[in-house]
Design a protein around this ligand. Structure first.
Ligand code: ATP
Ligand code: MG
Length: 360
């Protein structure tokens, strides 16, 4: 698939703050691409640079292989949906949606067909004359989407479009947005600080910290093979424990206080070795307490020291190893799942295939 958006070594500073600090990335045509990172890492700035609301201090932005240098936002094949809806309260639904068409030379019929088509797309058919003040948060967000889609941009830029909605509605809109994107086939670039949102919606995610991109990968790869400890802890939860490298080859032999001696394939380790230390990352759901069928030599002793019950999931804190380290374990409360009590002594097993290593 061809590249639709290319960001090449882009830098954007505000005074002494480097909001975007040398970012390069490529977004293919028709892709659902997300920019994910904590508050202040430069997501909005990068989106605004692509839209043309900000001008880079250095670097290039290309859309459809054409440099966007000096091209104003309204001459770019992009449109942006802002975080705070930004719909006009004094205009009704239809007037809001058709706002971008006001300077276009279209017949009344053409206009009204475009309005109705885009209202259909976002599930607001028939609400043309409804006052904006009489809309729920989710409906306002749909109006903002319809208004952006009516201009048929090649790239739709969405800045935290769902963050103002409550959890249930947000989840519903996430799935609608994903379906909408597939239906219209437009490239979507979504900014979010919500890792679940990025994972469930995107084809590709760029994880940003401090103005820089740390990893670009598919949701599955980000979760299962995070390239740094920072990415690993930002995407889901991960236990870290120190290990010593005993010898290296295609598989690396490691000794850890919790896991004893074990082998980790090279391709499960990120970074470059600098000394004999390695950080070992274990996802909480990849630890099994009191497994039924197992080779008993793989079992480790632990003690339950804390429990958090979340309905379908329970989180346990386990104390284990020579140094009494703690491991977080999550269990699905599915049919037949045992409950454990604080103070209980248990055996547990770690799925070695899902362990990741980070050279430190
Ligand atoms: N117009 C501006 N003038 C000065 N500093 C700015 C401006 N816009 C952004 N910044 C700074 O640039 C950095 C990145 O801001 P940005 O809005 O891109 O972050 P973000 O990742 O979108 O954060 P959030 O998740 O909170 O929206 C921040 O330190 C911010 O204070
Ligand atoms: Mg922002």
């Amino acid at each position: 698939m061809s590249n639709q958006v290319e960001v090449q070594n882009v830098i954007k500073s505000f005074g002494s703050v480097k909001a975007v600090d040398g970012v390069s990335l490529e977004i293919s045509e028709g892709q659902f691409f997300s920019l994910l990172g904590p508050s202040g890492c430069g997501k909005t700035t990068l989106l605004r640079l692509i839209a043309g609301f900000e001008v880079p201090n250095a670097g290039n932005i290309l859309i459809d292989n054409k440099s966007m240098d000096g091209i104003a936002p309204n001459f770019r094949p992009t449109n942006m949906v802002f975080q705070n809806y930004a719909i006009f309260p004094h205009l009704n639904v239809e007037e809001n949606v058709s706002y971008g068409l006001r300077k276009k030379n279209l017949s009344k019929n053409e206009k009204s067909k475009m309005i109705n088509d885009s209202l259909d797309l976002v599930g607001l058919s028939g609400l043309n004359l409804r006052s904006s003040n009489a809309l729920s948060g989710g409906q306002k967000q749909r109006v903002a989407l319809a208004r952006a889609l009516i201009l048929k941009p090649k790239v739709l830029l969405l800045d935290e479009p769902l963050s103002a909605l409550d959890k249930k509605l947000r989840e519903q809109m996430q799935s609608e947005l994903r379906h909408l994107q597939r239906a219209v086939g437009i490239t979507f670039v979504l900014v979010t600080h919500d890792q679940e949102e990025a994972l469930t919606m995107s084809d590709k995610v760029a994880v940003m910290f401090d103005g820089k991109v740390e990893q670009i990968a598919s949701p599955r790869e980000l979760y299962e093979k995070p390239s740094t400890q920072r990415v690993a802890s930002f995407i889901g939860a991960m236990n870290f424990t120190n290990g010593k490298i005993l010898n290296s080859g295609n598989v690396v032999k490691i000794k850890s206080n919790i896991l004893g001696e074990f082998e980790l394939p090279m391709n499960q380790i990120s970074g470059k070795p600098t000394n004999e230390n390695i950080e070992i990352g274990i996802r909480p759901e990849r630890i099994k307490i009191n497994p039924v069928k197992t080779n008993s030599k793989d079992l480790i002793d632990g003690k339950i020291i804390d429990i958090s019950y979340f309905g379908e999931t329970t989180y346990y804190k386990l104390k284990c190893g020579e140094r009494s380290e703690t491991l977080n374990v999550s269990t699905q409360n599915s049919f037949g799942q045992m409950d454990y009590k604080i103070g209980e002594l248990v055996k547990f097993e770690v799925d070695n295939k899902s362990i990741v290593g980070f050279y430190s």
